[in-house]
Design a protein around this ligand. Structure first.
Ligand SMILES: [Zn+2]
Length: 79
């Protein structure tokens, strides 16, 4: 097993296709990178720094629709 610590200016991402860990320079954060194992191109992001990406839930969606409907109803009718 390769248990080398990763350098401070690198972060570890897991390839979506082959699930292998890749060391990506922090300079390439949010950039397109290519997996050197399977050549998949994907956006590198630091899993540790990706805080709370808002997941659209069904309840959120309903709330949003209600909000939009309310906005529509508030508008004066146009023929
Ligand atoms: Zn890969």
């Amino acid at each position: 097993m390769n248990t080398q610590p990763i350098p401070a200016n690198f972060f570890l991402v897991e390839c979506r296709a082959c699930s292998r860990p890749l060391r990506v320079p922090k300079l390439l954060l949010d950039q397109q990178v290519v997996c050197r194992h399977c050549s998949l191109q994907f956006t590198a992001f630091d899993p540790k720094s990706s805080v709370a990406v808002e997941q659209p839930t069904f309840a959120n969606l309903i709330a949003k629709v209600d909000q939009l409907l309310a906005q529509c109803e508030a508008r004066p009718e146009v023929a």
